[in-house]
Design a protein around this ligand. Sequence first.
Ligand SMILES: *[C@@H]1O[C@H](CO)[C@@H](O)[C@H](O)[C@H]1NC(C)=O
Length: 980
Amino acid sequence: MRGCSPLSSPWTAYLCLLSVLCLLFTPAVMVKENDFKKCHQSGFCKRNRAYADHAVAQGASWQPPYAITSDKVAFKDGQFQANILKTTDDQGAVVNLPVTVSFLKSGAARVTVDEERRQMKDIQLRHESGARRERYNEAEKWAVVGGLALDKDAKVAHESKTGMTIKYGPDLSFEAEIKYEPFAVDFKRDGTSHIKLNDRGLFNMEHWRPKTEKAEPEKKEGEEGDKQEEPKEVPAHLDESTWWDESFGGNTDTKPRGPESVALDISFQGYEHVYGIPEHAGPLSLKETRGGEGNYNEPYRLYNADVFEYILDSPMTLYGAIPFMQAQRKDSTVGVFWLNGAETWIDIVKAKESKNPLALGLSTKTNTHTHWISESGLLDVFVFLGPTPQEISKTYGELTGTTAMPAEFALGYHQCRWNYVSDDDVKEVDRKMDKFKIPYDVIWLDIEYTDEKKYFTWDPNMFKDPISMGKQLDEHGRKLVAIIDPHIKNTGSYPVIDELKSKGLAVKNNKGSYFDGWCWPGSSMWIDAFNPTAIKWWTSLFKYDSFKGTMENTYIWNDMNEPSVFNGPEVTMPKDNLHHDDWEHRDLHNINGMTFHNATFEALLSRKKGELRRPFVLTRSFYAGSQRLGAMWTGDNQASWEHLGAAVPMILAQGIAGFPFAGADVGGFFGNPELELQSRWYQAGAFYPFFRGHAHIDARRREPYMAAEPYRSIITSALRLRYSLMPSWYTAFFHANQDGSPIIRPMYWTHPGEESGFAVDDQFFVGSTGLLVKPVVEKEKVAADVYIPDDQVYYDYFTYNKLNTHKGKMVTVDAPLESIPILMRGGHIFPRRDTPRRSTQLMKYDDYTLVVVLGKDLAAKGELYVDDGDSFDYQKGQYIHRTFEFHQLLLTSSPASTHEGKALREGDWMKRFHDVSFDKIIIVGAPSSWEGKTEVEVKSEGQTHKVPLQFTKAEGGRAAFATVGRLGARVGADWEIDFA
Ligand SMILES: *[C@@H]1O[C@H](CO)[C@@H](O)[C@H](O)[C@H]1NC(C)=O
């Protein structure tokens, strides 16, 4: 949820305030986009961009002022250490920048640069600020959970006065060539260069300096004085005007430590595509940002913000930030992770490089040059050399953690709106969903359920009996999600604010007193979730006897955690606010949302002693590592076809940035979707990892049952399809949990050798099921062109039609409104549950169907992971993980993991699940020789029995298929079926 609606009550107060401010400060009506900074309005971005221009303009004569002094170089136990000396114009200033290059067992390398003087706290703060003096060095603490073990086998391959080459990684196939003057690193794999740091000499660390007062007030006395002394034009990269304070939109940021930005150019050699760095509303393959036709003029920005009614196809910042980028060229994927929590901008340009000037174009390759600019903190960058996207996802997952195993219900459908107005309203929606046999798992409460936006309270008139509401939902295994935001109403007789203040757990302003800002409740204060004591306190608020009215099936939604501050600069907190340990807000802004999400996650883990269920917490704001804590959604979108189209690339970007539990508000948050759009959105949403319908308070009611026929049936079919594929979704989540892989996967990720698919971002594979989905996102469109990445065989999901496909080409499939373009790729086996039910919990012990889609070689593979979907018992071996293989006419089910079956003793779930079986197998693309076959033999648990087979021969475009019924083979047992 969120955003400003003139009609909704919380905004009335804010709008009044805003209009007063507007009258005072702004002459004209502002466009929303202008509420947020462009690079030239952010002093450090402007300076560093100008620095880049300056360097480029100098060409070969550019001398970067950073050099390693060879006297302090050391290499030991997988770590290179040295000192970079910065040459400055300041008389006598010696700027030492300690640098460490760490080679990690995971195959990643890490380059960290700090500033000696700030490290020693040897700087003077401006103002009476109580801010810390060091560069922020705790981003690692929040984002990184592992993968830092050093590669002790890394070794020096070459050393001289001018540099050192270190070999590391698998079979020492990686190399880092560290050059001393200027400081630069060239990362090579198998002898060729892939990633170069500071190749263009844009590395820059703004060092500490004392503020020198200029005698400028004299000039200001008379108009004439100004005219007499024309100030000398200062080159923009040397412009000091925003070093010590900076104003935007009527807010002034005081900078107690002065300028301290860090910037670095990172070049991907021979790579034409780069992906990642969410969150932006634009194509998956990132655009160039330095102008030119079809390109952006602004760098991609990462500065978590409540961007109301965001624009599409833009590098503008949104609610979350993951500074992780992958680069792709044929058969090679590499990546970088820029570990910095401050405001960050990333410029991207692509340049053709001719290997041989005489070969005119023939042997040109494209290099992608990126330029990363952060306002403060360390320079801390991880380099991944792949070579596959799977390895990149895995290594990044080791560092920042992988997707938490979700509670199974969280993969079901979520019904939300701002707002279900009362407990009776919730019960009524619940009954109607049942009446129309529409499956759903969760109903949501937005801010209006509270008593005057005081979290942990209920509106006493509208929600008189929340427990009876929770109990009704529980009858069908359904859940309630209630919103809890980080702003705490600053008002009398509200124990939560009293405790926040008395315990000293709120964020402070630059004067050291509690920061007070404006949000939904009006005057508010913000919990500082960087503070471990605050996390502990927060946890206490969620106990069942503390947050009365909640029960075991209540879960939480964290919104507005960028944080959104209506009257703050760029709708967020002033950068000179102070957090726990006196870190400035500027240093950790992008991490802020994750710490609040973390506090709530921890709270749900400990609501009651002995209760061990997996939390579910949705967040709007996020950082690298948020995948460990729950799901995200793409914020306040609109009920338009364009927003429907924009959602898939955004969700794909989340997946490759390691946070795949993502979705977009189905139907669009703002506005009223026409029924065709709403139907198409449910069809697309059925394939979002996080599937939630949501609507703004001013939007008309649009629960699925409200839709007139045929739309209601179309929407219901999409929901049932989601539920039938739940076992496949859950298995995909298991993989994300194991190895960081995306849940819905773009073409480059599954087919990194097929260049024609590198820019395709409107279709995807679901996990490893081989299901290729292309949602229809255009009005009145009844056909879809699906890109085919290989020469496997492809079938239509619903009709089993064999499609006439060609590698690297489009195939057109029919897509009337009632159908979703879904292809089945040959060679895969995926599990389903075909009995429609009202919630995931009601399906827990249903039998399964296996769909075997034979490949060109008449083989197929697949798997199923299943556990209780609720507790942590899977960590103790209470799970079933099977692999299925169809090979030489034999279909087998065998244990996929060595751990399986090693549970010390069967828990309750294992016992209840014991007899759950495969009931049916469908084999698509069955050989014609099966005609006449009526039964097959199943061997399982020492027994052999015959089961019926029904063969349907190919007809028209439809492939032959066979159905094996009444199988009765247990899911937990080994079995095989001989089709010979
Ligand atoms: C949440 O933050 C605390 C404090 O830093 C940390 O100990 C804990 O591991 C975090 N939780 C997760 C799931 O990352």
